[in-house]
Design a protein around this ligand. Structure first.
Ligand code: PXP
Length: 243
């Protein structure tokens, strides 16, 4: 079984920078360090309120990355124009609510009438498109119908139950994710990614699901970096995939 790739979400470096309104720590320097430490891709979320990553970060980072940029964004005309201009390798479409602390729940792709057109506009420009969805068969069917290149399964409910020590719920959520991966594998050629709330303690069960291509991890990895440095945090996360 292959080990999944690691995409590091570097939004929190920008959060820390913005807390002081200065120009450090620099998310681009952080992204390059992650790549050197073995990250397979860099994920960043340009939110509509620009609370962490700013437009200038996206534009400045793109030519510097040696791996690939995965730009998370909402399904809006403004974000579409930016993506077409920046040309990231991947766009990951996510839901967005202004008041949320982080991305809560997957994109309800089954109820977004213009989604297929939005996706094909990006794909026509050579950008691969991933959909951040709940591990739900109906959402997977819609992702297939919309010809997405990948899905990213939301692991937040699994991670929350694990953190709260709710073992039955954790196991149910893990089962839901495994069933979703199995279904997507059987019915499509889309890549299957996962992410949200993953930590060194809970990641192995997800990393070891056969068929998972990449895990996108931000908060816990940047938190680890506070204590062990970014280089070690990336390496330790990859190590945690195995056990
Ligand atoms: N994947 C997606 C689509 C996300 O929106 C986020 C959070 O920004 C992550 C992965 C990473 O989640 P976390 O920061 O909890 O590791």
């Amino acid at each position: 079984m292959n080990q999944p790739l690691l995409g590091v979400n570097i939004d929190h470096i920008a959060t820390l920078r913005n807390a002081r309104g200065v120009n450090y720590p620099c998310p681009i320097a952080g992204a390059l360090l992650c790549e050197e430490a073995g990250a397979d891709g860099i994920t960043l979320h340009l939110r509509e309120d620009r609370r962490h990553i700013k437009d200038a970060d996206v534009y400045a980072m793109k030519p510097k990355l040696k791996t690939r940029m995965n730009l998370e964004m909402a399904v809006t005309d403004e974000m579409l124009a930016i993506a077409l201009d920046v040309q990231p390798t991947w766009v990951c479409l996510v839901p967005e609510k202004r008041a949320e602390l982080t991305t809560e729940g997957g994109l309800d792709v089954a109820n977004l009438p213009n989604l297929a057109k939005f996706i094909s506009t990006l794909q026509s420009a050579g950008i691969l498109v991933s959909l951040f969805i709940d591990p739900d068969i109906h959402q997977i069917d819609t992702a297939i119908a919309c010809r997405a290149d990948a899905i990213e399964l939301h692991t937040g409910s699994y991670a929350e139950a694990d953190l709260a020590g709710e073992l039955d719920k954790r196991n149910d959520e893990l089962h839901r994710i495994k069933t979703a991966v199995q279904y997507a594998k059987q019915h499509s050629t889309m890549l299957i990614n996962a992410g949200h709330g993953l930590t060194r303690d809970n990641v192995a069960a997800i990393a070891q699901i056969d068929g998972i291509h990449e895990l996108n991890i931000g908060h816990a990895l940047i938190a680890d970096a506070v204590f062990m440095g970014l280089d070690q945090a990336v390496k330790a996360m990859k190590e945690a995939f195995k056990n």
